[in-house]
Design a protein. Structure first.
Length: 251
């Protein structure tokens, strides 16, 4: 599956950047830049997926929809089991009602061939052993690393490397984005995991993923995972720090 749009988040501003090529996604929920033809409910689902729990007024402002219209859609989504709400106090004043996706809501964003992949992994493990599974993951890791290195060839700055990685991962369905801090640190995020079922079945996929990121982004940076979907987070997030920053954390 391919997603022809990248969410590029710089500081607190979100910019939609079209990546080259045709949109080949079979599920338009994975493409954040297809607002035309998408229902209000789908737009709300996508906003909750990309930006996490929000209040109805905040969603309305983000989507240019009235707060009441958003609330009506959220109630319908809750009735369908796709969203839920809770009260949360933030600062002074009455608690606010926040809305987020349920497990069923997250499932609206496809997990690529989930059942078949898990079934194949289970069969390989049962017939050939764990070593065979490890060899398959290692081969996939090397193939992915080689492809990413070729794609990042010529990317000089860390920002260029991160941007190219965002495009690569988004094209694979991860709904990737990044934030850049003033000190040169980057937060690289993946709002969706199209292989979540396979990763849950065999976490070697997750280990391979972060190894690839560390290798292709270069020896002049450190990469640490700070949020993990399999640990219950709504997204996977990685802090990318230039070596000069990691060597001198107090700088």
């Amino acid at each position: 599956m391919s997603c022809a749009t990248t969410i590029k988040r710089v500081f607190n501003k979100t910019i939609l950047c079209k990546s080259p090529g045709n949109n080949m996604s079979s599920d338009h929920l994975l493409n954040p830049d297809q607002s035309q033809g998408r229902s209000p409910a789908e737009r709300i689902l996508l906003a909750l997926k990309l930006h996490g729990p929000q209040t109805a007024p905040a969603l309305g402002k983000r989507l240019s929809i009235t707060g009441e219209a958003v609330r009506q859609q959220l109630v319908r989504l809750a009735q369908d089991g796709l969203a839920n709400s809770w009260s949360e106090a933030r600062g002074v004043g009455r608690p606010s009602q926040f809305w987020g996706l349920t497990a069923s809501g997250h499932a609206e964003f496809p997990d690529t061939h989930a059942e078949l992949t898990v079934q194949l992994l289970r069969t390989i493990r049962q017939t050939l052993g764990d070593t065979a599974v490890d060899r398959i993951i290692a081969a996939r890791e090397e193939e992915t690393r080689a492809g990413y290195r070729a794609a990042l060839a010529g990317a000089g700055s860390l920002r260029d490397r991160v941007e190219k990685l965002v495009h690569l991962r988004t094209a694979e369905g991860y709904m990737a984005g990044y934030e850049e801090a003033g000190d040169g640190t980057f937060l690289f995020v993946e709002n969706h995991c199209p292989i979540c079922a396979a990763a849950a079945s065999c976490q070697g996929f997750c280990r391979a993923e972060i190894n690839i990121f560390r290798d292709i982004l270069g020896q002049d940076v450190t990469v640490e995972r700070t949020e993990h979907i399999l640990a219950g987070a709504r997204r996977c997030a990685y802090v990318i720090v230039p070596a000069t920053q990691s060597d001198h954390p107090g700088a």
